[in-house]
Design a protein around this ligand. Structure first.
Ligand code: NDP
Ligand code: MG
Length: 404
């Protein structure tokens, strides 16, 4: 049994809560797709959860609306220019208001909550999550970039501080659920399922003309803009392979991706005896969110159920890595390790941002990421500082390359 698995097992009995028996949740990124769904789960289960911390970056209006509804202890607005607006809007309450990136980290270290729902998008989620781990908080991890950038350091700290990291990403939640009760059994491999995104079956001559609006239409999931583009390029699945490596302590060759367009099987684990466990259900992010928040308890709900009698065509195929080259680049980063995943992630964040601003086309994203991966110096065993530096270097490199 790995140390993380030990922690998860002991967390089953030791999840802390306040005097009323409620688990106090800090929703980092409360205005996003994950954050708003986490608040839906809290609202639906008021005897189990309370929202103690809410954070946003630019969306002050929604943050204020959420604060007035959930009456948290603290709100943080990332964009400091919006501080006064939020402060004034909440002047009649006793909610504390902070602003800026440093305040996100400081709040993550505070005593007033039990579980961080890490729903900030991108590299910006890394530092607050590290602080939460250092403060012994349970992490419900949606922010996969945290593990892509500095997975070794994050997982080491989690073991040191005996902090359970419970995945929210649906594939990793599926694997986590398949592993409950299997702590003594070795994993032969995991099979990450991928919907294939809106351009499944398309070739480069089609992708070259794809526009932002088209790429933002995901067939099965409604998500934030960045992850929706990552799903269209298959970078999302690459990030998830790296995320899985760290979460479940796997070698790269134990991680397989299969395209499953219906998104009913959320992922699978194959054990040493060849037996395969799958976790299934209709695609709905509220399920993995509430599983992470309620773990080890499953929470009853009235969400629609999958009915095998109505739709039963589950299909599977190999990913087309020649067309969706981002997945190939991510596999290279997964195999080589070091600072390469951090470089790839930063380059991808800038490239996706540029694509969303209509500054580059769909296939230019891959070129920018590839060039950054070839150009930034490789570091085999980076320190946390070196991960931060590699992130900055890759961002500058891509911004220069595409003249942002
Ligand atoms: P969204 O873009 O919908 O939301 C992102 C959240 O992060 C918002 O609250 C946003 O604030 C905040 N934010 C953005 N930039 C910063 C910053 N620089 N500093 C602090 N906060 C910031 O993203 P999603 O909810 O879709 O995704 C969140 C994470 O969860 C990502 O890592 C994603 O990969 C992962 N994930 C998401 C899934 C989904 O279904 N959406 C599924 C699986 C994983 P504001 O809006 O106020 O600007
Ligand atoms: Mg996922």
């Amino acid at each position: 049994m790995s140390e993380q698995q030990h922690i998860k097992a002991s967390a089953a009995t030791s999840l802390t809560s306040n005097g009323e028996g409620k688990k106090r949740i800090a929703v980092f990124g409360s205005t996003g797709s994950i954050g708003t769904q986490a608040l839906d789960v809290i609202e639906a289960n008021p005897t189990m959860f309370s929202a103690e911390v809410l954070t946003a970056h630019g969306n002050d209006e929604l943050l204020v609306e959420q604060a007035l509804k959930f009456n948290p202890n603290i709100v943080v607005i990332g964009d400091e220019k919006k501080y006064l607006k939020v402060k004034e809007a909440l002047a009649s309450t006793d909610i504390k208001v902070f602003a800026g990136a440093k305040a996100l980290e400081e709040t993550a270290s505070m005593d007033c909550y039990d579980l961080m729902l890490a729903g900030i998008v991108g590299y910006a989620g890394l530092r607050p999550t590290l602080k939460a781990i250092e403060s012994g908080k349970i992490i419900g991890l949606a922010n996969k970039e945290t593990l892509v950038v500095a997975g070794d350091i994050v997982m080491k700290k989690a073991v040191e501080h005996r902090v359970p990291i419970i995945p929210v990403d649906s594939e990793h939640s599926a694997i986590f659920q398949c592993l409950v009760g299997e702590t003594r059994n070795k994993i032969e491999k995991i099979i990450l399922t991928a919907s294939g995104g809106p351009f499944l079956g398309r070739k480069p001559n089609y992708l070259v003309n794809v526009k932002r609006e088209h790429a933002l239409q995901h067939p099965n999931w409604s998500m934030g803009a960045k992850i929706t583009i990552d799903s269209a390029t298959l970078m999302n699945k690459g990030l998830e392979m790296i995320e899985a490596k760290w979460l479940f302590n796997l070698r790269p060759d134990q991680i397989q991706v299969v395209i499953h367009p219906q998104s009913i099987i959320h992922s699978m684990v194959q054990f040493e005896d060849g037996s395969i466990k799958a976790q299934m259900g209709l695609p709905d992010m509220k399920l993995p969110i509430q599983y992470a928040m309620g773990f080890p308890k499953r929470i009853a709900n009235g969400f629609p159920r999958y009915d095998f009698r109505k739709v039963s065509n589950l299909s599977f195929e190999e990913p087309d890595i020649k067309t969706f080259r981002n997945l190939g680049l991510a596999i290279e980063a997964l195999n080589k390790g070091g600072n390469l995943p951090a470089v790839m992630n930063a380059a991808n964040e800038v490239a996706v941002y540029a694509f969303l601003k209509n500054k580059i086309n769909f296939l230019d994203m891959t070129d920018a990421i590839e060039k950054a991966m070839q150009s930034i110096s490789f570091i085999e065993n980076p320190t946390l500082e070196e991960y931060f530096e590699s992130d900055g270097e890759a961002r500058n490199f891509v911004a220069d390359l595409i003249k942002l």
